[in-house]
Design a protein around this ligand. Sequence first.
Ligand code: GLV
Length: 327
Amino acid sequence: MSKPHILLARAVFPEVVDKLRAVAEVQTNPDDTVWTSAELIERLRGKQGVFTTGGDRIDAAVLRACPELRICANMAVGYNNFDIPAMTAAGVVATNAPDVLTETTADLGFALLMATARRLAESEHYLRAGLWTKWGYDMFAGSDVHGATLGILGMGRIGQAIARRGALGFGMQVIYHNRSRLGPDLEAQLSARYVSKAELLEQADHLILVLPYTAESHHAIGQAELSRMKPTATLINIARGGIVDDAALARALKERTIAAAGLDVFEEEPRVHPGLLEVPNVVLTPHIGSASLPTRKAMAHLAADNLVAFFTGQSLLTPLNPDPRTR
Ligand code: GLV
């Protein structure tokens, strides 16, 4: 039987390419060019599988133009770049890369929280600029992380890993809001208390966003929500751009409606709202939540393993929709 054809939409570890080459004809993207939808379609025509990252959109137009496509494997846990109903209707399998990045992403959430609360980026820039000539009693005085109230919006796997860090490592009071409340045993294990979204906004000293991006979570944090937060509060977004209204946040930071923010994701990334670049009280990182080398390798291998499983007749590891092969 002839080998299936797989497209790698972005560059990836060479060992992952080799793994795919063992079962398929593979077209790579060695220059790591970010293709437009039309460029992606052009390369995807006639291929049965695609390896995507979170920025590569697979929607109804792509599916219509590429009727031979059978599986899309995302090297990301979030899959808002996939139109899952359209893929299911077209009999195309979708997979993501959950679990392997949970702890690494929670680490970055905490790193951003610490950096934001303790004004790390701002003070480092000050030092590098040669402005540090003397110690001052309130120089870069920020807010405490230990013992503070940690609010978590979205309490899936990563939210829970952050709750553990906060409660066990930093003696924080953990409150959370989620579409569905956790069971009492898990709440007790995490020392986390369920509250309404309004209570979360009003009570959190540090609010961290860890919910998926959907039509419902679009601008879940906008001007109205920011104005309910404490003026001393920090906001951390490690989830997805679009959950926060970046223009409203830039205004709130400028007017000090809230104290500071730490952002790993942006509405139009890699473009960052100019208002965010102008204010000192925000720590900005380029979507590196899962970026430890072992975790990025594990994510890439998981995406590749789903493709290998599909084309060798095995069960998928992390499917997001029904597998037409089993119907
Ligand atoms: C990263 O943002 C992911 O969804 O894995």
